[in-house]
Ligand binder design. Structure first.
Ligand code: C5P
Length: 223
């Protein structure tokens, strides 16, 4: 049924963590494995989409047929996405972008001279939020990884970032974490419609997300 229903649709997906350098040997990052974003890429490819992944450092292979743009830091991810987004129809933001980066990156390895050490952090650009401002007719889908107030936080992000749909993800629930092969998500759409999915493989979650995204996209085109 879903066969080729994304033919001629161009999809940009961000995935994985970002790494924010402290010095030449150290960085700040998070537990994102890239599995959710890569699984979405694979599902979209199966449905006939043209897929580009902008990915932070992960240890899983890029699905065959996808274009891969590898990045390390949030600033690099931001610049690649802003360069590329205009030629896409769907923008799916799955990356766990580091909210902050180091104000200064030490050119040399920092020595352990003192009993404590302070690293000053500054805010990274919010890629999804910027896309929300310029997206035009493009469909913008995001993720909301939460450990509390799942739905209210997700809804607030959907509004703030002008998304069409957000997948709310309780990362503290068993079978829904960062490195898991399964996920438990609730899909919140802009019109308030809520779809609560049970625990599923990331592959099945991906297809459910794409079912809704394709429907929203085709509706927008018709209107
Ligand atoms: O605000 P928060 O980081 O929780 O929002 C999560 C959503 O925003 C995800 O879709 C994530 O990929 C995206 N995001 C982004 N750039 C950031 C932070 C988050 O694209 N700097």
């Amino acid at each position: 049924l879903r066969d080729r229903d994304m033919k001629d649709i161009k999809v940009l997906i961000t995935a994985g963590p970002t790494r924010e350098a402290i010095d030449p040997v150290r960085y700040i990052s998070n537990h994102s494995s890239g599995k959710m974003g890569y699984s979405l890429a694979e599902a979209a490819l199966k449905r006939g989409a043209e897929v580009t992944l902008v990915s932070g450092p992960v240890s899983i292979p890029c699905p065959g047929g996808a274009e891969l743009i590898s990045v390390v830091s949030a600033q690099q991810m931001h610049s690649e996405v802003m360069k590329a987004y205009a030629r896409f129809d769907m923008l799916i933001m799955v990356a766990a972008v580091a909210d902050y980066r180091c104000a200064e990156i030490s050119p040399d390895k920092i020595k352990k001279n003192g009993d404590d050490m302070t690293v000053r952090l500054v805010k990274n650009p919010d890629i999804a939020r910027e896309l929300g401002e310029v997206k035009g007719e493009r469909l913008l889908v995001g993720f909301s990884a939460e450990t509390e107030n799942l739905l209210s936080n997700a809804k607030a992000k959907l509004e703030a970032k002008n998304m069409d749909m957000i997948a709310a993800n309780d990362v503290s629930a068993e079978g829904a974490g960062f490195d898991s092969d399964t996920n438990i998500v609730k899909l919140v759409k802009r019109d308030g419609c809520l779809i609560e999915l049970p625990k599923m493989s990331k592959r099945d979650v991906s297809h459910k997300i794409l079912d809704e995204a394709v429907m929203l996209f085709k509706k927008e085109i018709k209107e």
